[in-house]
Design a protein around this ligand. Structure first.
Ligand SMILES: NC(=O)c1ccc[n+]([C@@H]2O[C@H](COP(=O)([O-])OP(=O)(O)OC[C@H]3O[C@@H](n4cnc5c(N)ncnc54)[C@H](OP(=O)(O)O)[C@@H]3O)[C@@H](O)[C@H]2O)c1
Length: 255
């Protein structure tokens, strides 16, 4: 039997984190690096990627950056061709929300939300799984969904539908890739203050929502560390197709 330290040890592993330069992605990368993984931070903007990589290197971690647009298959394929090493762990974290009521949402916004959160997650996971299979790596894919993937809130329908799709895609990936030794799970975060969520959380309805969270506060991105370490490591060797909710109890109550 492995000790707890051995179960969560990620030394010798390489983790690719999309959207790893900011917000939750930055926290996931920091936690994986602290457990010993080399990390590659991927996204469209160079500056946040480089800043986060420099901060991680300052802690003694190995951190690389990679430009990629998850919603563009050519960009994803080119990025994987440029990777310095195949990933053992993928955190499919890049995401985007365009809040609008269903009667008003524009077709372009609808497409952008689905392209980043759902199609993008598939394109990157597919590239990672192909690489893992080719290299004989028994890898872990972690899709970052949302509590809005199972509950709905007015004004978030495209995002909620895309995250619901991502949860079901997680199950389909888990089913199809288990025979290759690849595990696929999802994390469903509640609310955390980041660039994406900040505007809503600063609004009156956002502040009212926080009062309805059973734990009466937002999450700190670092509090997702336990879930990502569990799913990335041998501690979850017999878990695949699961969704781990980290929301301070937000999704428990009916009203
Ligand atoms: N914050 C929350 O409360 C919360 C709750 C539930 C779920 N989530 C999920 O957590 C994930 C991270 O969100 P966050 O809150 O940390 O927001 P964030 O700071 O805005 O991070 C989103 C990241 O995704 C990257 N990204 C977006 N579109 C991309 C694309 N097409 N290609 C490559 N990278 C792309 C962005 O980098 P570039 O713009 O440089 O590409 C950015 O680094 C998202 O999937 C989000 O849905 C967040």
């Amino acid at each position: 039997m492995k000790t707890p330290a051995e179960l969560f040890d990620l030394r010798g592993r390489h983790a690719l984190v999309t959207g790893g330069g900011t917000g939750l992605g930055r926290a996931f990368a920091a936690q994986l690096a602290a457990a010993g993984a080399a990390v590659t931070l991927a996204g469209r903007r160079t500056q946040p990627l480089e800043e986060t990589a420099a901060a991680l290197r300052a802690t003694g971690a190995t951190a690389h950056t990679l430009r990629l647009d998850v919603s563009d298959a050519e960009s994803v394929n080119a990025a994987f061709a440029a990777l310095h090493a195949p990933p053992d762990i993928l955190v499919n974290n890049a995401g985007f929300a365009a809040d609008s009521m269903l009667l008003d949402v524009g077709e372009e916004d609808w497409d952008k939300v689905f392209d980043a959160n759902l199609k993008g997650a598939w394109l990157v996971a597919r590239a990672a799984a192909r690489s893992m299979i080719e290299q004989g790596i028994k890898g872990s894919v972690i899709n970052i969904a949302s509590v809005l993937g199972s509950a709905v809130q007015k004004g978030t329908a495209p995002y909620a539908a895309a995250k619901a799709g991502l949860i079901h895609l997680t199950r389909a990936m888990a089913l199809e890739w288990a025979r290759h030794g690849i595990r696929v799970n999802a994390i469903a975060p509640g609310y955390y203050y980041t660039d994406m969520a900040g505007e809503y959380l600063d609004s009156d309805s956002g502040k009212a929502m926080v009062k309805r969270i059973p734990q009466r506060r937002l999450g700190d991105p670092g509090e997702l560390g336990g879930a990502v370490l569990l799913l990335a490591s041998d501690a979850s060797a017999y878990m695949t197709g699961s969704v781990v909710t980290v929301d301070g109890g937000l999704s428990l109550a009916v009203i």
